[in-house]
Design a protein around this ligand. Structure first.
Ligand code: NAD
Length: 499
């Protein structure tokens, strides 16, 4: 794999071939070993133009196929992603550090969304309305938008690109993926799963913000699917808005995790460890702030800290639970958040430092802090291995603190109380609520957030909408004169109606 990663370095995937870019190259660093594993290129404007031209030509070919043939081709993508998942998994772990179990899982999880959309998209392609004029056929036909730009982050590159590409292709579009700089090779490698599709239907252009902007602002791309930080989302949404392009925005999260006294505290603490530390806390739906009822606070803190201390930290290619953080920049950003929390009075229960067990790598100890809701750490996305826990005196206070956020992706609650369950589902202002089942998702129901987390939804039937144009169609069986036409009858004049 290391050899293959070097070979893919500096390439784009255009017209079903890996093509060496002429753009500037940047090294990619393995976050566990700090060794250079390859390079990514900043795709040039002419490479963007070329890919866009191929995409629009391929899209016409794709849409000319039957819905059944498109479904079959999407199932083949899913089969290939599963076959490739060990290789894409290794590549992903070497690029951004997550444990191999998680990176291997991504291939299969992405495949599942291709299977879902392969079927749902051929189930319906519009709808027939009751006619407003007797005897006519009135309907809406759903057509593809054309070429979709999919901009994805580093934390789940195969899964998140998979969600967007599956829905966009199923709706009849071409897609150009702009991966995160640091997971460029994983997405380039995964293109083997798409090489049976029309040439140019799915392409990868690597690079940073500029490549993303060149694609979003291009006159011949037609819709944007973005996943990443709020700041980048705002830049993407602004560029898309100038051309009135539909933009799906999936940005940052700051998810709350509430624990009430009726919960089984052993299970809640174990679930909390997973929710806080999965992928080293680099999940948009990571539990970022904990609100625990005072009756169970000390017990919960103790148990979560025990889980945190038992987690095996190390290279994602070894037997570990948590890998390094994805980059030096991310590690340094995260360290500042912990330092600031301590300055503001947070109490360290465990962790709070870089891991000293390694000579190389950007490892940080899973950290548990006792905090209060007014501290900065509770009001932004920390995106690292941190569980800040705040004591609350009531269910109402937990819900009020949960809703006191500019972000609105998800929220968790552990409770066995039916009234609390119903109230949490109804009163929490997020796109997702999990009751006793943290961080799960389902291809068949929509995923996304409110407030600064974004706009639009991916997955589910709703996930097709952003990638489809609605066309209103009215058909009269024969060309008869319409009684509404000229000349207007004398009886309808103002004087006739209002003598
Ligand atoms: P990021 O915003 O730095 O980068 C995301 C992507 O946007 C990358 O491909 C990047 O190159 C590109 N980009 C950056 N600036 C851009 C610009 N000005 N114009 C166009 N493209 C630009 O995010 P990241 O650090 O890779 O990922 C972490 C963030 O992603 C976190 O905030 C996390 O919450 C969020 N995220 C959200 C979801 C969700 O579904 N809501 C899922 C996963 C991650």
């Amino acid at each position: 794999m290391q050899q293959r990663m070097r070979e893919l370095s500096g390439h784009n995937y255009i017209a079903n071939e890996w093509q060496l870019s002429t753009g500037a190259m940047t090294d990619l660093i393995d976050p566990a070993t700090e060794e250079i594993v390859g390079q990514f290129a900043n795709a040039t404007k002419s490479e963007v133009d070329l890919a866009v031209a191929y995409a629009n030509a391929a899209q016409k070919q794709w849409w000319a196929m039957s819905a059944l043939d498109r479904a079959t081709a999407l199932h083949q993508v899913a089969d290939r992603m599963i076959e490739l998942s060990v290789e894409t998994g290794e590549c992903l772990t070497r690029e951004m550090g997550k444990p191999f179990r998680e990176s291997n899982w991504e291939g299969g999880a992405a495949a599942s969304s291709f299977r879902y959309y392969a079927e749902i998209a051929r189930h319906e392609q519009g709808r027939v309305a009751g006619p407003a004029i007797a005897g006519q056929l009135h309907m809406v036909i759903k057509e593809p938008v054309g070429t979709v730009v999919s901009i994805v982050p580093y934390n789940f590159p195969l899964l998140l690109a998979g969600w967007q590409v599956a829905a966009a292709l199923a709706a009849g579009n071409a897609v150009i993926i702009k991966p995160s700089e640091i997971t460029s090779l994983t997405l380039l490698y995964s293109m083997q799963a798409f090489d049976h599709l029309p040439s140019g239907l799915v392409q990868v252009l690597t690079g940073g913000a500029q490549t993303g902007q060149d694609l979003v602002g291009h006159e011949s791309t037609h819709a944007i699917a973005f996943t990443g930080s709020v700041k980048a989302a705002q830049a993407v949404a602004a560029t898309a808005a100038l051309r009135f392009k539909p933009a799906l925005i999936e940005a940052s999260g700051n998810d709350a995790f509430i624990v009430m006294p009726s919960a089984d505290i052993d299970t809640a603490a174990r679930g909390a460890a997973f929710a806080a530390f999965l992928n080293c806390g680099q999940v948009c739906t990571s539990a970022e702030r904990f609100y625990v009822h005072e009756d169970v606070y000390e017990e919960f803190v103790l148990k979560l800290a025990q889980h945190a201390q038992n987690l095996r930290v190390g290279s994602g290619l070894e037997l570990v639970d948590i890998g390094p953080m994805s980059s030096k920049r991310e590690l340094e950003r995260f360290e500042k958040i912990v330092t600031r929390a301590i300055e503001q009075g947070a109490q360290i229960v465990c962790g709070g430092n870089r891991s000293t067990n390694f000579d190389t790598g950007w490892f940080y100890e899973p950290t548990v802090l006792k905090v209060s809701h007014d501290m900065e750490v509770m009001h932004g996305e920390c995106f690292g291995p941190l569980a800040p826990i705040c004591k609350v005196s009531s269910f109402e206070q937990a819900i009020a603190f949960t809703n006191d956020s500019q972000l609105g992706l998800g929220a968790n609650i552990y409770t066995t109380d039916l009234e609390e369950t119903f109230r949490a589902v109804n009163e929490i202002e997020t796109g997702i609520v999990w009751v006793n089942t943290p961080l799960n998702d389902n291809d068949a129901i929509p995923f996304g957030g409110r407030k600064f987390t974004g706009a639009g939804r991916e997955l589910g039937a709703e996930g097709l909408e952003i990638f489809r144009n609605s066309k209103m169609v009215m058909i009269a069986p024969t060309a008869l004169a319409d009684p509404e036409w000229f000349p207007y009858p004398d009886d309808d004049t103002y004087l006739a109606v209002n003598p």
